[in-house]
Write a protein that binds this ligand. Structure first.
Ligand code: F6R
Length: 610
């Protein structure tokens, strides 16, 4: 939610900020702005719309600036408009903010009583006026420190003052912030890709920390003003990994990256290919801990929650211990019961999702061991969890999650085999066979991606439909849910995912002439049952799009209007493969409808507010 970036150094700041904001646009994209220090003044430009709009408005900007802050917004308080866009200003103070200030109404009333004039509907403006108020007799750093003592809520803030050229002061609580250290230049941003083209040396800021940036370097402070020593980490991604690389959209690039991304998730996680033994150190867990485990609780949001559902099926199947899966926003408020000898697993691509973090903290407060399956290195979830398993998918820029999802599934599969071995539910041969199956996944995905032109053709014929139903059973049920979520996110078509066996209990009422139903049904032990559901849909005029395995093609063709085949493979790895045509179908439908598939309306990639 919202992206912020600050730069101070020897280069022209405006292009650096604009480029950084474009790379943060996945966090929000309804309005944007920049504040630049030019001589002794700070100039602010803001607009409604995307960064490209801001960029074109800057064409008449002739000033020279080497210190600036920028913001791309996902509206929480106040509609997307120029007035509500950041940076906000109070005389010579300007700030950008990500997060929510919960007590802003009382602070606003207080400040209005003191004569401060508000020009926006945002919660952010109170922080700006508070800094201004305290800066009469204090430095920017002290004034920001003082200001945040009065606010309640979540924030990542970057501030500048006309009185202190070349300086940016930043602070964080419950919203991500990372600093970058270059040669004679420093950066602060919501996420690493914002400055990855300039430096790979980063410092992850923790809650309650401040950073004072100047071209000479960064000083980290506590909220009491005490210096803090921080570790500098060198990131192993390069800027090209966050580029489109010739693809029309990030989403398409990320779908096609999946063979490599799942291979990266597996690489180094096996102690021996021959025995299928998994390196538990990679999960930050010990065999002894797994042996005594009696329950697993998985918590996540959105697509990551769908991966969690897959986790339930696969862990219960291979490790034979009960698994509970919950949506983080439900879990955190329902007084969950976390029994002894249980493991809490958070699944989060960004590692910054507010509800998932709150759920993880709640589990920790109850003394439960936590494992985070996470993609973003240095993210809050990964730093706070007792143990972390990085999915290593590389940066996922498309707002709709694709490669992170399949990597999460692979991580859960590895975990289920490790747990199965530790619990004695799998013997060595069984584990080895399961791992050997997993090692074929990258190739199977490559083969599946070859069906892209065919899937595009089906999307062309179907894209004008107003609603879709997605059905799957057992391990294919989470894939049906994910298919429906992908379609609604990027094409704005109403789509529902259902367990195929539930169809008769309500959704069948939706079916009429031509109603499209995407069914994920490889030939497995439940296939015949799903075929009955298909017949029920067909006899009511529904259109069937059947995703099944290659050797079942002839049968599938006899009972459906469209068949998409994937290579034959064992049932337990099939969901990793069937996810791919689901993603491609949604992608092409979104593109045919002219939607912005990388940045769908109303969404943000990193949901850092409740
Ligand atoms: C859907 C999507 C979201 C995220 C959800 C959780 O395509 O991307 O549903 O999966 O917001 O995000 P993370 O995994 O970052 O916690």
């Amino acid at each position: 939610m919202c992206g912020i970036i600050g730069y101070t150094g020897g280069e022209e700041a405006v292009p650096i900020i604009i480029d950084g904001l474009k790379r943060l646009e996945y966090r929000g994209y309804d309005s944007a702005g920049i504040a630049c220090q030019c001589d002794a003044k700070v100039e602010v430009r803001r607009c409604k719309g995307k960064i490209s709009e801001l960029d074109s408005q800057l064409s008449d900007f002739s000033g020279s600036s080497s210190t600036a802050i920028g913001h791309t917004r996902w509206a929480t308080h106040g509609k997307p408009s120029e007035e509500n866009a950041h940076p906000h200003r109070s005389d010579g103070i300007v700030i950008v903010h990500n997060g929510i200030i919960e007590n802003y109404i009382e602070l606003k009333q207080q400040l209005e009583g003191e004569g401060y004039v508000f020009t926006s509907e945002t919660d952010t403006e109170v922080i700006c006026h508070l800094i201004k108020k305290h800066s009469e007799d204090k430095s920017l750093t002290e004034a920001l420190m003082e200001a945040i003592r009065s606010v309640r809520g979540a924030y990542a803030i970057a501030a500048m003052s006309e009185k202190e050229p070349g300086r940016i002061v930043a602070a964080r609580k419950d919203s991500p912030l990372v600093a970058g250290i270059g040669d004679g230049e420093c950066f602060v941003a919501s996420d690493i890709p914002a400055f990855l083209a300039h430096t790979r040396k980063v410092v992850f800021m923790e809650d309650g920390e401040m950073a004072v940036l100047s071209p000479e370097g960064i000083e980290f402070l506590s909220l009491e003003g005490k210096p803090i020593q921080k570790e500098t980490v060198t990131i192993d991604w390069n800027a090209a990994m966050a580029e489109k690389g010739g693809y029309r959209h990030f989403m398409l690039k990320e779908i096609f990256e999946q063979p490599r991304s799942v291979a990266d998730t597996i690489t180094g996680r096996l102690l021996s290919h021959r025995t299928g033994e998994i390196n538990l150190e990679e999960f930050g867990l010990e065999d002894q801990q797994l042996r005594t485990l009696e329950k697993v609780t998985i918590v996540a949001c959105g697509t990551s929650w769908h991966a969690g559902l897959f986790g339930k099926y696969i862990i219960e199947r291979f490790a034979r211990i009960p698994v509970e899966v919950d949506i983080a926003s439900e879990f955190r408020y329902r007084g969950p019961i976390l029994q002894d000898n249980s493991l809490f697993v958070s699944i989060t691509q960004s590692g910054e999702t507010a509800d998932t973090l709150a759920a993880q903290r709640l589990a920790q407060a109850q003394g439960t061991k936590t494992l985070s399956i996470c993609n973003v290195v240095g993210s809050t979830a990964s730093r706070e969890a007792d143990a972390v398993f990085f999915t290593r998918s590389g940066p996922e820029i498309g707002v709709a999650s694709t490669k992170a999802f399949t990597a999460q599934i692979v991580a859960l599969y590895l975990f289920s085999v490790a747990l199965g071995r530790a619990k004695g539910a799998l013997d060595e041969d069984g584990a080895r066979d399961l791992i050997n199956d997993l090692l074929t996944v990258a190739d199977l995905m490559e083969q599946t991606l070859l069906s892209d032109p065919e899937i595009k053709g089906i999307a062309k014929e179907l894209h004008k439909n107003k609603a879709f139903l997605f059905l799957g059973r057992s391990l294919q049920f989470p894939i049906a849910l994910e298919g429906a979520l992908k379609l609604k996110e990027i094409s704005y078509i109403h789509a529902e995912g259902y367990a195929a066996g539930e169809m008769k209990h309500g959704p069948i009422a939706l079916i009429d002439d031509g109603y499209p139903v995407v069914v994920c049904a490889p030939k497995d032990d439940l296939y015949e049952k799903v075929v009955s559901n298909i017949q029920e849909i067909r006899s009511r005029g529904g259109t069937i799009i059947l995703i099944t395995n290659e050797s079942n093609k002839a049968h599938a063709a006899g009972i459906s209007d469209y068949v998409i085949t994937v290579p034959d493979c064992p049932t337990h790895i099939m969901p990793i493969i069937t996810a791919v045509p689901m993603q491609l179908l949604s992608y092409h439908i979104g593109v045919f409808l002219g939607c912005d598939v990388d940045q769908p309306r109303n969404l943000a990639k990193s949901v850092t507010v409740e």
